[in-house]
Ligand binder design. Structure first.
Ligand code: SF4
Length: 418
């Protein structure tokens, strides 16, 4: 494997847990409900992360296990059954119920897979009950999506049909645009996973070619492969270059002629490169440090270095799937430090020592770094923004130039008041 220098460290971590992904998953599948089996802390996290929805018929909730429940597992099971029964009576439109596990030791002791199995037999197909873990001990925030999708894979119908399967949640508008481009390339059947309704699951089988839209779906990719699908290896669709290579990889898997790909993509590429120019000017030569959180760090670093001229000080990633990430790693400069895992204290020491112009990090680290005069970008914002595809490249670059511009204004203001 060429390219970057790969390093690893372990220690204290500072990341959001997998429960956070419920915020975008419940929007994607409005007929699904995410029931967090957790503590009051979990309820606070999910309510503050997606607080507005609480007042508008939320599609998530928390079965809070009180101390009374924790005293005995039988009580916890009864409490869960009661919450599920009340929920389904109130919300008959729910078609898929995800039981989402969390960190507290008493929750870990509950076998949620068995609870789901029991509820499935009681509910007799009226609602499908699935489970996965969003625990902060096991997951960072994007891995919640990986867990939810992995839980859905066994329910996907079997098919031999040739199809392109886009895997990973995207903004609907971005997904529609990408599908249109694949149709123009001549790919006849294109499906998405997760679907827009949890019961409209796409098929899977030996004719399925999977194109991951997000880099954090390691487990989902593995179980799709077990069901006969082929995983198309490509960089991820961030930036003009990454999106082009991603689309070319899909086109090549469907034996589409290069001339067709070129004539379809070229106008989009030329327009996007032009739109990218002003941001390139602002970002070029600026030093970037990415702390590990979303698993988007490596594709982002590749885009910001190759297309925007930023200098990579360090690229952190919570986990590194070398197989899926190989096409990305090969595009990074030889001297790039890619750090898998986290020892937050040591990483912050390196940030302070290297004094980068911009740090991409979790919300908990952003404020202290800003107070020390270091510009930051929240990694979670990137998961909520429509950043995928050739025509989103300028918007993606804009997200990184904004904090630099803000810092410049602050510095000017400070100079004026001295
Ligand atoms: S799952 Fe763990 S890390 Fe996440 S909110 Fe609950 S207690 Fe906190």
């Amino acid at each position: 494997m060429g390219g970057a220098t790969l390093l690893k460290e372990t220690g204290p971590r500072e990341v959001f847990c997998g429960l956070t992904s419920i915020v975008w998953l419940h929007r994607r599948m409005p007929d699904a409900f995410f029931l967090v089996v957790g503590s009051r802390t979990c309820a606070h996290l999910i309510q503050s992360a997606a607080g507005v929805m609480i007042f508008a018929e939320p599609r998530f909730g928390t079965a809070i296990l009180e101390e009374r429940d924790l005293a005995g597992l039988a009580d916890a099971h009864d409490e869960l059954d009661r919450v599920v029964k009340d929920l389904l009576a109130r919300r008959p439109e729910i078609r898929t119920l995800f039981l989402v596990g969390s960190c507290p030791s008493e929750v870990i002791k509950i076998d949620l897979a068995r609870v789901a199995e029991r509820l499935n037999s009681v509910l007799k197909g009226q609602v499908r009950v699935l489970n996965y873990s969003g625990s902060g001990i096991e997951t960072t925030f994007t891995q919640g999506e990986d867990g939810a999708l992995k839980a859905l894979v066994p329910l996907m119908p079997k098919s031999q049909e040739d199809q392109l399967l886009l895997v990973g949640t995207l903004a609907n508008s971005v997904e529609d645009r990408l599908i249109k481009i694949f149709q123009r390339l001549g790919i006849k059947k294109i499906a998405s996973f997760p679907p827009r309704q949890s019961i409209d699951l796409p098929t899977v089988g030996p004719g399925t070619k999977v194109l991951l839209t997000q880099p954090y779906l390691t487990d989902t990719a593995r179980v799709l492969k077990d069901r006969g699908a082929e995983i198309i290896k490509a960089p991820f669709p961030l930036g003009v270059e990454g999106s082009r290579l991603w689309m070319e990889a899909a086109a090549s898997a469907f034996n589409i002629e290069e001339s067709v790909v070129h004539s379809t993509l070229e106008p989009l590429i030329l327009r996007s490169l032009k739109a990218l120019e002003p941001y390139k000017e602002k970002l070029s030569g600026k030093r970037l440090f990415l702390l590990p959180e979303s698993q988007l760090e490596i594709p982002l670093a590749r885009f910001l270095q190759r297309e925007c001229g930023m200098e990579l000080v360090e690229v952190g990633t919570p986990y590194l799937n070398r197989d899926l990430m190989q096409p990305e790693l090969e595009l990074l400069p030889e001297e790039t430090f890619v750090m898998e895992g986290q020892h937050v204290e040591k990483q912050l020491d390196r940030v302070r020592q290297k004094q980068p112009d911009l740090v991409v990090c979790g919300m908990g680290l952003a404020n202290p770094l800003e107070a020390e005069g270091i510009s930051t970008k929240w990694s979670i914002e990137l998961v909520f923004s429509p950043i995928h595809g050739i025509d989103q490249a300028a918007d993606l670059a804009e997200l990184f130039s904004r904090p630099l511009h803000r810092r410049q204004l602050l510095n000017q203001k400070n100079l004026a008041t001295v």
